[in-house]
Design a protein around this ligand. Sequence first.
Ligand code: HMG
Ligand code: MG
Length: 295
Amino acid sequence: MTQGSRSNSVRITEVGPRDGLQNERELVPVATKIQFVDRLSELGIPEIEVTSFVSAKWIPQLGDAEEVLCGIIRRPRTIYSALVPNERGLESALQAGVDKIAIFVSATEGFSQRNTNGSIEEVLARIAPVVSRARSQSLPVRGYVSCVIACPYDGPVDPSQVRTLCSRLLQLGVSELDLGDTIGVADPDSISLLYEALSPIVAPGDTTLHLHDTTGHAIATALRALEIGVRSFDASAGGIGGCPYAPGAPGNVATETLTKAIIDAGFDPGLDYQRVAEVGRWIRQQLAGLRGASA
Ligand code: HMG
Ligand code: MG
C-alpha cells in the first residue's frame, strides 16, 4: 500500500512511457522509448510504468514492450512496471523481468467493452488468475479502476460503482488501488465525493490518483486530493498521453507541473521539477519531430 496521509512526502509514478506513448499514431523508435525511460530514472523517480504487455492489435505503439524493458538501464532504486491485461501478458512481463504489474478494470460497461473487449465481470475473471499468480511470485500488483468520475460512453459515474470495483480488486489481492480519471473531467468537488464514498473500504493515503487534464482542473484536483490525504499520484513528463479507446482523453497531468504544485503546497515529491521539465520538453520534441516527418 502507499505511504499514508500523515507523511509529508508524496510519491509520483511516471506513466509517460506507457500511458503517454500508447496514443501516439506514429511509431516511436525503441531507442527513443529506452532513452525516455533512462532519462526519467536518472531523475530519481521512484516508479516508472514502462510499457504494456497488451495485444499489439489493440495498441500497436507498445508492440515492442519486451525490447524496451530489456533495453533500459535498471537502476536499483527504481521500480519498473508494466500494464498486463491477461495471463499471456503476465507471462511475457515476467520473462522481461518486470518489478511490478498493473491490471486494469473499468467502473463502466461501455469503457470495459471498448478498451478490453469484455464486460466488467469478464475482465475481473480474466485478471483474477493474473493477480493470484503475481502474488504467488511476490510481484506487487497495481489495480487500476478506470472512469472513476465519468465514462466517454456511459457518462457520469456513481462513486458507489467505483467503490464496488475497488472492493473487488482488494478481494482479488491487489497491493495498490489506482483511481483513473480516464477522460480528465475530475474537479476538486467530484474528487472529494469520490473519496468520501470510498472511505468505508480504503483510506485516501492508501490509493494512487491518476489524473488526465482535459478541463484544466487536474492541478486543483490534485491539491484537493493532497488535503484529503492522498500521497501518491501518476503523471507523465510533458503531459503527453491519452487512451485510443477513450475519445477526447488528453494527456496525463504533466509530471513537472504536478511536481511544482506539490512543492508549492509544502510537500516533498523528492524530484527537481526543472529537471523533469527538461525531459518533458525533450519527449515532446521527439513526438513533434515524428508527427512532422509523417505529415
Ligand atoms: P481480445 O481481442 O478480446 O482477445 O483482446 P483475444 O484473446 O481474442 O486476442 C486477440 C489477439 O491479441 C490474439 O492474436 C491474441 O493472441 C493477442 P491473434 O490470434 O488474433 O493473432 N493477444 C495478445 N498479444 C500480446 N499480449 C497479450 C495478448 N492477449 C491477446 N497480452 C485484450 C482482449 C484484453 C487482450 C485486448 O482488448 C487488449 O489488449 N486491450 C488493451 C487495451 C489497452 O491497452 N488500452 C489502454 C490501456 S487502459 C488505460 O489507458 C486506462 C489507464 O491509463 C487508467 C485511466 O486512465 O483510467 C490504465
Ligand atoms: Mg490513463
